[in-house]
Design a protein around this ligand. Structure first.
Ligand code: ADP
Length: 334
């Protein structure tokens, strides 16, 4: 797993859990989402009803699982956590749904990766709190209707557009999670440092925040690596100098680019004069599969405005030249 990767793969789950904010007031940033959710939950509580179904869209590591747990805590309700890929058959979903308690929160991560039959069962469950369980096969198959207790579905997905419209329309409220700005990440880092009992100064936290790609999960992970360095090579206190030194050991640069990101950009700048160059040519130059370059390195480089995908190929932006301290070639000639 990559140090600057946004998925939780390879992370210590216990540490991640320990760092999760427990209520909306502890949840850093995402002002709009927090305000909207606060209203939805307060209103439901006042009515003594279960909250409407909520769809959370946003990149991995931005706090969707955390928010679903906060929703449960704020509603004083239990929570069940599962994911689209874990629900391949309608029967899997029926088993989960039929065991829910009244008011329970069902968190369905990667909801866009559910199978079609399960998705169709979910429509009815969301709308009418009932499912038809099919028993038997072929001509002997019968549908047995099953009443469900009212529950709140919290679905999570990278992009709401990945969901079929009928599913999307059944959510009462969609919250779009944005990447965090450096000041917000700095708050996340201070909070986590407090929980991990690590001393950190504001400049040290700012340095880590700037390299965290707008993502709290990455900020927390970098913080843990910098903590190791501070403990082994210094007096345990995280300052700007310690953050810089630690993250240079881990090859995470000042903008959060890692070795692969830098290799791609450097090849584009130094071998191809900033492009345009085709993806396959670029991939060969860095010795990677073109899928790796396209799926792993490019999305962040594009988001950061360092690389652009054009019809004629990949090009480096002026910001990319600047990041490497290089001068772009003169345009136009004589
Ligand atoms: P997702 O489900 O979107 O992949 P998670 O909810 O698992 O993301 O969050 C990843 C980590 O980042 C968690 O350990 C959590 O502590 C931290 N985190 C996410 N959002 C916030 C936030 N707004 N404030 C503080 N910590 C956060």
């Amino acid at each position: 797993a990559r140090l600057v990767g946004a998925s939780a793969e390879g992370d210590d789950q216990a540490v991640e859990a320990a760092l999760r904010p427990k209520d909306l007031s502890e949840f850093v940033g995402q002002e709009k989402v927090r305000q909207q959710l606060d209203l939805v939950l307060k209103a439901a509580r006042q009515r003594g009803a279960t909250a409407d179904h909520v769809l959370l869209s946003g990149a991995p590591g931005l706090g969707k699982t955390t928010l679903s747990m906060i929703i449960a805590a704020e509603m004083g309700a239990p929570i069940r956590i599962t994911s689209g890929p874990a629900i391949q058959h309608a029967g899997d979903l029926a088993a989960v749904l039929s065991s829910l308690q009244e008011g329970e929160i069902l968190f369905l991560d990667e909801i866009h990766r559910m199978s079609r039959p399960a998705e169709e069962m979910l429509y009815m469950a969301m709308e009418d709190f009932r499912v038809d369980v099919i028993v038997g096969k072929g001509l002997g198959a019968t549908a047995i209707p099953l009443e469900l207790p009212p529950f709140t579905l919290v679905g999570a997905t990278v992009r709401a557009g990945l969901l079929p419209p009928p599913l999307r329309d059944r959510f009462g409220f969609t919250a779009h999670m944005e990447f965090y700005d450096p000041a917000e990440l700095q708050r996340v880092i201070h909070r986590s440092a407090g929980l991990l009992d690590v001393e950190i100064d504001p400049a040290g936290a700012a340095e880590i925040a700037g390299r965290s790609r707008g993502t709290p999960r990455i900020a927390n992970r970098l913080l843990r690596r910098v903590r190791d360095y501070a403990q082994v090579r210094a007096d345990g206190v995280i300052t700007r100098a310690i953050s810089e030194a630690a993250l240079s050991v881990y090859e995470v640069d000042s903008r959060g680019l890692d070795r692969l990101d830098r290799a791609v950009l450097e090849a584009l700048l130094k071998l191809f004069g900033g492009g345009p160059v085709g993806l396959s040519t670029l991939a060969v130059a860095v010795g990677e599969e073109h899928e790796t370059v396209r799926e792993v390195a490019e999305p962040f480089l594009v988001r950061e405005g360092l690389l652009a995908r054009t019809l004629r190929g990949r090009i480096a932006t002026p910001a990319a030249w600047e990041h490497f301290g290089l001068a772009p070639p003169q345009q136009g000639g004589a």
